[in-house]
Design a protein. Structure first.
Length: 590
C-alpha cells in the first residue's frame, strides 16, 4: 500500500515524472498525494488530499533533477494534509516518503521527543526525518545517517529520503517493494515498474535489508546492517504498454473483465515440465498448505475442491493472515502454495517466512514477475494475466483458478486432459463476453441496484465463488453482499431473507446440483428474488443467467457474469469501480 517514486539524474523535469509516476501507482492508495523536490539548497513540496489524476507535474517546477513522491493509503492518522507524505523534520531540510509501517514508532517518537523534537502529524513516518536528523549530528554523510536510522526501525517498510543540501537520493527496504529503473540519464526508484516504464525497461531489484544511494550518475547498493556493498544484475523487463492502458474502455475493471477472452488461455500456456515438477512436489510433500488473501484466497479455497475431486489429494487452505497459527503442522517436508496477483501482499510474505522458518518449501502462483513473492519462492508458476490495474481482481482470479486446476489435473496424471478442458473453457469465456451478454447483466443490475443486501450461495467449488461474488459486489458497488455454502442457510443466514431479497444461486451440472437447487427452493419459499447462474434454466429462478457447462472448470465460467454484474451495479450506483473507497490494490501492510 502507498506508492513511492523517486528520480535523480540529468533531466530537469523530475516533478513532472514524479507526478506521472504516481498516477500509475495510484492503485496502491489514493487518500492523498505529495511530492518534494530539490530547489537550490532547499526542498519545496506540494501535498493534496484525494486523487492525483488531473494534476500537471510540470507546473510544480520546470527545472528540477531530484524529486520524490508518494500516493497514500492511510494507516497511521486520518486523511489530512499534515499526514500526507513527504514528511519532514522541523527545519524542512530532510524529506521522507514511506510505504509500510514502523512498528516501533511510538518508542522512537518518545525517544526523539525527549531530545526536543516536536511532531506535527499522526503518522509513524514522521519519526524517520527526525531520526535521520539526529544521526546527522554523528556523521556528515546523509546516506550513512539514513542507514543508521534504518537500523532502528522494526516492521516492514520502504523509504526514500532526500536532504536539502545533498545531491543524493537514498532508498531502503525491508519487506515492502522497491525497484530501481536504470536509464541513460538517471535513476528511478519506485514501488512498481509502471511508474517508470515509459523511461526505461532496465531494472535492478533491491532486496530486504538493503539500501541504495545515487548521485544521478551511479548507484551503490549496500547492506543496511553491515554497510557492505552489494552487486546487482541489471534485468530487462518486458511490459506490454497497451496492456497497462485503459484503451477504449471507460474503466480498467471492464477492460480486465474483457481481457479474460484471452488471459485464461495464457494462464493455461504453461510448460508441461514445470507443471509436472510442481505436481511431483505436491505428491511428495508431507502436508500441502495453501495461503492467500481476499480473492486469491477464494481461488485457493476452490483449489481444495479441485484437488479433492480431480486428484483425490488433501490440501489445507488458511487465509495468509491466519497462517502463522498453523505453524505446528509444518515441517521441512511440507509444501506451502501461495497465490498472489501482486506478489507483494504482506500477509502472504509473512506466511512464507513462517513456512521457511520450518524448512518447508514454497510454491508461488503469481501474476507480477520479479515481485517479492516470486523471487522468494522455491518454485513459481506465473499466471500471465498481464497488468491488472483495477482494485477489484478479475482476470487474475480466473488465471489463478486455471493454473490451480491444471496442477490438480497434472497430479492426477491427466495433464493433457486438464489443458484440453481449460482451453475449451477459455473459448467458452470468449463466447460469453459478447455485447448481448453484457446488456443482459446490465438489465439485471437495473432490477437490483436499489437493494442494500444481496446473498449468493454455492456448493463445492461454487461455494468459494459465492464468497468471491460477495467480495466483488461489496467492493465496487458498496451493496452489502455475503456468500454462503447453500447447505448452511438453514443454520442461520436464512433468517436474513425477506420478500424480494436478491439471492444469486451459482450452480453447475454435476452431482451437487440437486442440493443447491433445493437450497434455492428454501430461499424462494421465504420470498427471495432467486437469480440462477447455471447451465440449465429452472422454474425456481426468477432470473436466469446462462453459463456454459464446464464441469471441473465451472468456477471459472460462473464468476464471469458476477464480475460484469458487480461492474454494472457500481456504474449504476455512481461509484468508481477502479478505485473503491478505503481500498488499495497492493496490500503491503499486515
Ligand atoms: C479483491 C482483491 C483482493 C486481493 C487481495 C490479495 O478484488 O483484489 O481481495 O485479492 O488483496 O492480493 P494479491 O492477490 O495481490 O495478493
Amino acid at each position: 500500500m502507498c506508492g513511492i517514486f523517486g528520480y535523480i539524474g540529468k533531466r530537469t523535469d523530475a516533478t513532472k515524472m514524479a507526478v506521472d509516476g504516481l498516477k500509475s501507482l495510484e492503485y496502491r492508495g489514493y487518500d492523498s498525494w505529495g511530492v518534494a523536490w530539490k530547489n537550490g539548497d532547499h526542498l519545496d513540496t506540494k501535498k493534496e488530499i484525494g486523487k492525483i489524476s488531473g494534476v500537471d507535474g510540470s507546473l510544480l517546477s520546470s527545472n528540477c533533477s531530484l524529486a520524490i513522491g508518494h500516493t497514500r493509503w492511510a494507516t497511521h492518522g486520518g486523511v489530512t494534509i499534515a499526514n500526507a507524505h513527504p514528511q519532514f523534520n522541523a527545519d524542512k531540510t530532510i524529506a521522507v516518503v514511506h510505504n509500510g509501517i514502523f512498528e516501533n514508532y511510538q518508542e522512537l517518537r518518545d525517544e526523539l521527543k525527549a531530545k526536543g523534537h516536536t511532531f506535527v502529524s499522526d503518522t509513524d513516518t514522521e519519526i524517520a526525518p527526525h531520526l535521520i536528523e539526529e544521526y546527522l549530528k554523528q556523521t556528515d554523510d546523509f546516506a550513512h545517517a539514513v542507514r543508521l536510522a534504518c537500523q532502528r526501525f522494526t516492521g516492514r517498510y520502504a523509504i526514500l529520503a532526500v536532504h536539502a543540501t545533498s545531491d543524493t537520493l537514498v532508498a531502503a527496504r525491508t519487506g515492502s517493494p522497491l525497484i530501481i529503473g536504470v536509464a541513460k540519464d538517471g535513476y528511478f526508484i519506485a514501488s512498481d515498474t509502471p511508474a517508470f516504464m515509459h523511461h526505461t525497461r532496465t531494472v535492478q531489484y533491491l532486496d530486504d535489508g538493503e539500501m541504495v544511494v545515487s548521485n544521478g550518475n551511479s548507484i551503490i547498493f549496500t547492506d543496511i546492517e553491515t554497510g557492505e556493498e552489494r552487486h546487482k544484475r541489471e534485468i530487462e523487463i518486458t511490459i506490454n504498454l497497451e496492456q497497462a492502458d485503459k484503451g477504449n474502455f471507460a474503466h480498467f475493471m471492464m477492460k480486465e473483465i474483457m481481457d479474460q477472452k484471452e488471459s485464461v488461455a495464457r494462464a493455461v500456456n504453461q510448460s508441461d515440465e514445470e507443471i509436472m515438477t510442481v505436481a511431483n512436489a505436491i505428491r511428495d510433500a508431507q502436508g500441502t498448505f495453501l495461503a492467500a488473501c481476499g480473492t486469491a484466497g477464494k481461488a485457493c479455497m476452490a483449489a481444495e475442491y479441485f484437488f479433492s475431486v480431480v486428484s483425490e489429494k488433501h490440501v489445507n487452505f488458511a487465509p495468509a493472515s491466519e497462517f502463522k497459527v498453523y505453524h505446528h503442522f509444518l515441517k521441512k517436508e511440507s509444501l506451502l502454495i501461495v497465490v498472489s496477483q501482486s506478489g507483494e501482499t504482506a500477509d502472504v510474505l509473512e506466511a512464507m517466512q513462517v513456512a521457511k522458518s520450518k524448512g518447508a518449501k514454497v510454491l508461488s502462483i503469481v501474476n507480477v514477475e520479479g515481485s517479492s513473492i516470486d523471487r522468494a519462492s522455491d518454485y513459481t508458476l506465473h499466471i500471465n494475466a498481464g497488468p491488472e490495474r483495477a482494485v477489484a481482481s478479475t482476470k487474475a482470479l480466473t488465471g489463478q483458478l486455471a493454473v490451480l486446476l491444471l496442477v490438480a489435473y497434472a497430479l492426477a496424471g491427466k495433464l493433457q486432459e486438464g489443458k484440453k478442458l481449460l482451453l475449451e473453457t477459455a473459448s467458452m469465456i470468449n463466447d460469453m463476453l459478447n455485447p448481448r451478454y453484457i446488456e443482459r447483466l446490465s438489465q439485471l443490475a437495473e432490477r437490483i441496484n436499489h437493494k442494500e443486501d444481496l446473498y449468493i450461495i454455492g456448493k463445492s467449488w461454487n461455494y468459494p465463488m459465492a464468497m468471491e461474488s460477495a467480495i466483488k459486489i461489496q467492493e465496487v458497488s458498496y451493496i452489502h453482499a455475503e456468500g454462503f455454502a447453500g447447505g448452511e442457510l438453514k443454520h442461520g443466514p436464512i433468517a436474513l431473507i425477506e420478500e424480494g431479497t436478491p439471492c444469486i444461486v451459482l450452480a453447475g451440472n454435476d452431482e451437487v446440483t440437486p442440493d443447491i437447487l433445493s437450497n434455492a427452493v428454501q430461499l424462494k419459499a421465504r420470498g427471495a428474488l432467486v437469480i440462477g447462474v447455471a447451465p440449465e434454466n429452472n422454474e425456481i429462478f426468477d432470473e436466469w443467467i446462462k453459463v456454459p457447462d464446464a464441469f471441473a472448470a465451472q468456477a471459472l465460467v460462473n464468476i464471469i457474469p458476477i464480475q460484469v454484474l458487480a461492474y454494472e451495479l457500481a456504474i449504476q450506483r455512481g461509484k468508481d469501480p477502479d478505485m473503491p473507497r478505503n481500498l488499495a490494490k497492493s496490500v503491503t501492510v499486515k
